[in-house]
Design a protein. Structure first.
Ligand code: PLP
Ligand code: TYF
Length: 395
């Protein structure tokens, strides 16, 4: 049997971690994998997470199974964080999943279970795992235009034209709730409303992947689009990740939500989500979910977490503004102003794999081959070095 297995292509983002480690040069700069790092290059455990873990250690009296959907208190807390009061709680079916990736995977499986003919539309570009999982599940896919490498912004006309021309009832449109990965370019609320209008005209169903709530414009601002969509479409899937905004990457903490305008559908939706959990791993992991629940339900911990997250967000925003200003100074043009407009952890520079490779070879700068940079990999001292390298490479 094993003789039938073949080498699988490596994840290009994860492969970069190894390449960076193996580079002996001092002064190398890691702008690869999407993990937050502070100015010292450390991915810290957040204060509220430490406090919650202490509390859990002291108070937890059993580690027996939770439920197939995970702890209901976790779902309640996360539904509140993501959706606010955009919909009634009774309209939302929700299950804990191993990370946002688990939620994405289960969402696609739910689509396949409900409508094997559904096509999933994704932005060009999108997080490579989206496409990889869809292909693995044998689902039909189609991309829609999204990034305009001339302006560094969203090609909104192209996006709407592609959706209008191709969507039919039952198709699923995958959207990033905020902080688009890999580009950093996002729709504004007016544009979101236009997308929702197209969805409702065509009968296509949105699926929102929200993995960076709190990294863009703030916890509520980053959820605004998702909340608008939830309140204005008949059906919506949401895959949420706690990896970044709680800094609990390895705890594998996510939530899959199925929102229906018709609350009567929620019981069957909930059963379907729990069924999928059971088919794949029975009970979802609990430790990260318990940390999140402990923080979100304790006013002092929640306030401290939100404050630390806000520092993280503002720090990244400051770095992008500094980078845009430095490039403005070096080039005497506004060509790179888009870097200051992007939001979240990433920006796509919009250059060729050859120039990305040149910056790695000449300056020890590691960005993903599609020219995605993790802004959190910078600090105030390395921003000018990166800006100079971008100019020297002739980007
Ligand atoms: N979706 C997007 C767009 C992401 O960038 C990520 C990566 O972190 C995830 C989902 C899932 O992350 P995780 O499975 O670590 O929670
Ligand atoms: O895009 C990123 O860098 C993050 C982390 O298979 C990540 O989302 C990267 C690759 C992967 C899983 C997570």
């Amino acid at each position: 049997m094993f003789e039938n297995l073949k080498e699988q292509p490596a994840d290009k983002i994860l492969a970069l971690i190894e390449a960076f480690k193996a580079d002996p040069r001092d002064g190398k700069i890691d702008l690869g994998v999407g993990v937050y790092k502070n100015a010292e290059g450390v991915t810290p455990v957040m204060r509220a997470v430490k406090a919650a873990e202490k509390k859990i250690w002291e108070e937890q009296i059993t580690k027996s199974y939770t439920g197939l959907a995970g702890d209901p208190a976790y779902a309640d807390a996360m539904v509140g964080l993501v959706l606010g009061d955009a919909v009634e709680r009774g309209q939302v079916a929700a299950v804990a999943t191993p990370g946002g990736t688990g939620a994405v995977r289960q969402a696609f499986e739910l689509v396949k279970m409900a409508n094997p003919a559904a096509r999933v539309f994704y932005s060009d570009p999108t997080w490579p795992n989206h496409v990889s999982i869809l292909n693995y599940l044998g689902m039909e896919t189609q991309s829609y235009r999204y990034f305009d490498s001339e302006t560094g912004g969203v090609d909104f006309e192209g996006m709407i034209a592609d959706l209008k021309a191709n969507l039919k009832a039952g198709d699923v449109v995958l959207l990033h709730g905020c902080c688009h990965n890999p580009t950093g370019a996002n729709l504004n609320l007016v544009q979101w409303k236009e997308v929702v209008a197209v969805l409702n005209e065509t009968g296509a169903i949105p699926m929102i992947d929200i993995a960076y709530q709190g990294f863009g414009d703030g916890l509520d601002a980053d959820a605004e689009a998702t909340r608008y969509v939830a309140a204005n479409v008949p059906e919506l899937l949401i895959a949420a990740s706690c990896s970044k905004n709680f800094g609990i990457y390895r705890e594998r903490t996510g939530l899959l939500m199925a929102v229906s305008a018709d609350a009567a559908k929620t019981k069957v939706n909930q059963g379907s989500l729990a069924f999928l959990n059971r088919q794949n791993y029975s009970f979802p992991p609990d430790h990260g979910a318990r940390i999140v629940t402990t923080i979100l339900t304790d006013p002092a911990l929640r306030a401290d977490w939100a404050a630390e997250l806000e520092e993280v967000r503002l720090g990244m925003l400051e770095l992008r503004k500094q980078l845009a200003a430095e490039l403005q100074r070096l080039t005497g043009s506004d060509r790179f102003a888009f870097l200051g407009e992007h939001r979240g952890m990433f920006s796509r520079l919009g250059t060729t794999p050859e120039l990305v490779e040149k910056m790695r070879a000449d300056s020890g700068i590691y960005m993903v081959g599609d020219s995605r940079m993790n802004i959190a990999g910078l600090n105030t001292k390395t921003v000018p070095i990166l800006a100079q390298a971008i100019v020297d490479a002739g980007v």
